[in-house]
Each structure stands twice: as structure tokens, then as C-alpha cells.
Design a protein around this ligand. Structure first.
Ligand code: GRF
Length: 221
């Protein structure tokens, strides 16, 4: 990062509500959203980007023979904006080892579960099925292994008896919108780094992610 602000690319595939949480906080930190890249032309996040006056681009997987060729096309687009940080916000493509190496230590993802519990899909249904009393979301650095990179911060909330998966997902999404821009801000301020395969905050290795507790209404405790 040579300039003052952290040039940030946000990668999406869908609604882009996490993207919106970044857009809403632009101006109160060192993050500058330079481009929104979508894997789908109909992603609502593209509309959000356009409304906010942010450059956007769509690169579709079906136009490429395999994952790495797709990732090379994504990187070629991104390089027009020279991003310092990549934010995966509901980007539904699994990144190739080539891409992860290309941007090593500069890719963050948010996953709707308290990792290492429930990597993969359908996390809310699985939490309800297991009868867990707590659930949440995790921001982590991206490595080759799906949903397994060094964890940075977790937002945790109580589950409610009889709650549907959709209702629980909505409550988790609301806390994602609070913790994700916060973690990105730490990165932009260079307080958060990826070194030796670990996450470091204020020069301390994070053996466990930072924990933010929320009540059932999504208020930070
Ligand atoms: C969120 O649940 C996020 O945790 C997951 O994908 C979803 C994206 O939602 N990685 P949105 O597109 O930001 O609304």
C-alpha cells in the first residue's frame, strides 16, 4: 500500500448486502472501494455498486475452461485497479491455489458460522439441526483450504428456540455487516496482517479470533 488509503476490491455473486455495509462506511476509515467484481451479471450487488458510483465488472465462470483460467481472468480485471485488499462478500466461486498465492495475505472472507464449526454450505440449517445455543459469523484470511484460513474475528449471538433457518440467517447477516468492515479497517490501518501462515493483530499472533458478542437483537454487548 503505497498511498494512504487501502485500495479494496469487493468480490460478489449475489445480493451484496455485505458490500453495502462497506459502501455505507466509506469515509470513516482508510478503505477505498476501487472496484466490485461479480461472477454473475444479475447480482444485485452490481446495482448497489452502480448507485454508489463504484466501478464494477462481471467475469462469468462459464466463459472459462477451468477454475484457474477463470481466476486468471478475474486477476487480469482486478489488476486494472491494483487492489491492496480483496474482500470476498458472498463470492460463490472456490479460488484456485494460483489465485490464493497471487494475493496471499490480502484476501479476506466472511463465513456465516463460528469456524471451525460448520464450514461449507447450509450453516444455519445445520446449527438448528444440532441444537446449538450459539451461532455467528467468522472473518478469516483465505488460504487454499476452504473456510480454514487464519481466523480474525467472530461475531457470536444466541440462537432462539423454534427459530427458522431464514430468521437465523437474517440475524447472522446483520452482525456480518458490523464485523466485516471492522476487520477490513484493521487491515487498512495495518494493524491486521497475515504472516507465516497466521493472522496477527497489533503484532500479536491471534491464536484465537477476536470475539464480539451480540444479543439476540444483534446489539453488541
Ligand atoms: C453471507 O451470508 C456471507 O456470510 C456468505 O455469503 C453471504 C453473502 O451475502 N459468504 P450478501 O451477498 O453479502 O448479502
Amino acid at each position: 500500500m503505497t498511498e494512504k488509503r487501502c485500495k479494496t476490491a469487493i468480490l460478489i455473486s449475489g445480493s451484496g448486502s455485505n458490500l453495502q455495509s462497506f459502501i455505507d462506511r466509506v469515509g470513516d476509515g482508510d478503505i477505498e472501494i476501487v472496484v466490485v467484481l461479480s461472477s454473475r451479471p444479475d447480482a444485485h450487488g452490481l446495482v448497489r455498486a452502480r448507485k454508489a458510483g463504484i466501478d464494477s465488472v462481471c467475469v462469468e465462470p462459464r466463459d472459462h475452461v477451468d477454475r484457474e483460467q477463470y481466476d486468471r481472468a478475474v486477476a487480469a480485471e482486478l489488476e486494472r485497479w491494483q487492489p491492496d485488499l480483496l474482500i470476498l462478500a458472498g463470492f460463490m466461486c472456490i479460488l484456485s491455489p494460483w489465485f490464493v498465492r497471487r494475493y496471499e495475505g490480502r484476501i479476506l472472507n466472511i463465513h456465516p458460522a463460528l469456524l471451525p464449526a460448520y464450514p461449507g454450505l447450509h450453516t444455519h440449517e445445520r446449527v438448528i439441526e444440532a441444537g446449538d445455543t450459539a451461532h455467528g459469523a467468522t472473518v478469516h484470511f483465505v488460504t487454499d483450504e476452504l473456510d480454514a484460513g487464519p481466523r480474525v474475528v467472530q461475531g457470536r449471538l444466541p440462537t432462539l428456540a423454534g427459530e427458522s433457518a431464514d430468521a437465523l440467517a437474517a440475524r447472522v447477516l446483520a452482525i456480518e455487516h458490523q464485523i466485516y468492515p471492522e476487520a477490513a479497517r484493521w487491515f487498512a490501518e495495518r494493524r491486521l496482517q497475515f504472516r507465516d501462515g497466521h493472522a496477527w493483530l497489533q503484532d500479536k499472533r491471534l491464536a484465537e479470533p477476536v470475539q464480539f458478542e451480540f444479543d439476540a437483537d444483534g446489539k453488541r454487548i
